[in-house]
Design a protein around this ligand. Structure first.
Ligand code: NAD
Length: 282
C-alpha cells in the first residue's frame, strides 16, 4: 500500500487553523492518506517551552513531521538535531521533519512569502521596499525580499530595537544588500521613497482593527503586500486598491508555506494552485 502520513501543528490557539484541512485535502487529492492533528498548548494548559517535550513525543509516536507556530517557533530550536541554513539564519522554525531518527528544522514561512510575491506581483519593481513589522512574520518576509532581489530594504517597527535586530540579522545573510531602519512614526517619508510596502504587524486583524498607515500615503506606483490573512482583504489592502495600487494579500504566504511543508513531509510535490483554491473554499 502507498504510505500514509501523520503530522501535527504545535502552538497556542491553533484549533481554527486552516493548515490542517489544507494538508489533508491536498493529500486526498493526491490519492494518499494524511492525518493532521492540532496540538494546542493553551488548551493543554502547557507553557510555551513544553514544545521540546512535545516534539520528542511526536517523534516517538511516529509522526512524519510537525508545523510549529506562535509562540514556539524559536523555543523549538534546542529540541532539534539540525537546521537548514535558512532556518538558522532566520532563527525560527515553522516545520520539523523527522527523518531516520533525527529532527530537522526548516522555515517555509520565508519561501511561502517568496512564492506568493513571485506569483502575485511578478512585475512589481523591487529596488526599494519598506517592511513594517519586525516580528516573526517580518523576519521571514525580510529574508524572502532579499532572496527575491530587493536592493534596498527599510525595516520599521514601533519597537525600534526589534527593527534593529532584524536589520542586523538580514545583513549577516545578505551582506551585499542595503538594509536600513525606517522610522515607523514617519511613514510618509518611507513610502515616498519606496517601490513597495510589506505589512507584517497584526494591524487589520479582528482584534487589532484599522490600517497601519494613512490611506492617502498609498499611491501608485507603490505596491502593497499584507502578511495578515484573517481577514484576507484588510483595511490596508482595501485603501490601497481604492487608490489604484497593486496589492497582494496574506493568503498566498499562508498557502505556500503549507505547500512547502507538505512537500517536506511527504515528498509528494503538491499542486500549489489546487491548495490555493482549497484555501479559498475553506
Ligand atoms: P509578532 O508579534 O511576532 O510581530 C509583530 C511586530 O509588529 C512586533 O515587532 C510589533 O512591535 C510590531 N508592530 C505592532 N504594531 C505596529 C505598528 N502599528 N507599526 C509598526 N510596528 C508595529 O507577530 P507576527 O507573528 O510577526 O505576526 C504578524 C502578523 O502576520 C499577524 O497578523 C499574523 O497573523 C501574520 N502572519 C501571517 C502569516 C501568513 O502565512 N500569511 C504567517 C505568520 C504571521
Amino acid at each position: 500500500a502507498a504510505p500514509s502520513y501523520l503530522v501535527g501543528l504545535i502552538g497556542s490557539g491553533v484549533g481554527p487553523s486552516l493548515t490542517p484541512p489544507m494538508h489533508e485535502r491536498e493529500a486526498a487529492a493526491s490519492g494518499r492518506r494524511l492525518i493532521y492533528r492540532t496540538i494546542d498548548i493553551t488548551e493543554l494548559d502547557l507553557p510555551p517551552d513544553s514544545v521540546s517535550g512535545l516534539v520528542a513525543a511526536a517523534q516517538r509516536l511516529g509522526f512524519n513531521g510537525l508545523n510549529i507556530t506562535h509562540p514556539c517557533k524559536q523555543l523549538v530550536l534546542p529540541a532539534l538535531d539540525g537546521l537548514t541554513p535558512d532556518a538558522a539564519a532566520i532563527g525560527a522554525v515553522n516545520t520539523v521533519v523527522f527523518d531516520g531518527g533525527s529532527a530537522v528544522g526548516h522555515n517555509t514561512d520565508w519561501s511561502g512569502f517568496a512564492s506568493s510575491l513571485e506569483r502575485g506581483l511578478p512585475h512589481a519593481p523591487r529596488d526599494r521596499v519598506v517592511l513594517l513589522g519586525a516580528g516573526g512574520a517580518g523576519a521571514a518576509v525580510a529574508h524572502a525580499l532579499l532572496a527575491s532581489g530587493v536592493g534596498e530594504l527599510a525595516v520599521a517597527d514601533v519597537d525600534a530595537d526589534r527593527a534593529g535586530e532584524l536589520a542586523e540579522q538580514v545583513r549577516r545573510r545578505f551582506p551585499d544588500a542595503a538594509v536600513g531602519i525606517g522610522d515607523a512614526a514617519a511613514p510618509e517619508r518611507l513610502l515616498a521613497w519606496a517601490d513597495g510596502l510589506v505589512h507584517a504587524t497584526p494591524t487589520g486583524m479582528a482584534h487589532h482593527p484599522g490600517s497601519p498607515v494613512p490611506a492617502e500615503l498609498l499611491r501608485p506606483p507603490l505596491w502593497v503586500a499584507d502578511a495578515v490573512y484573517r481577514p484576507l482583504r484588510t483595511e490596508l489592502l482595501r485603501s490601497a486598491e481604492r487608490n489604484g495600487c497593486a496589492t497582494l494579500d496574506g493568503g498566498g504566504m499562508a498557502v505556500f508555506q503549507a505547500a512547502d511543508a507538505f512537500d517536506l513531509f511527504t515528498g509528494l510535490g503538491p499542486d500549489r494552485e489546487r491548495m490555493l483554491a482549497h484555501f479559498h473554499e475553506l
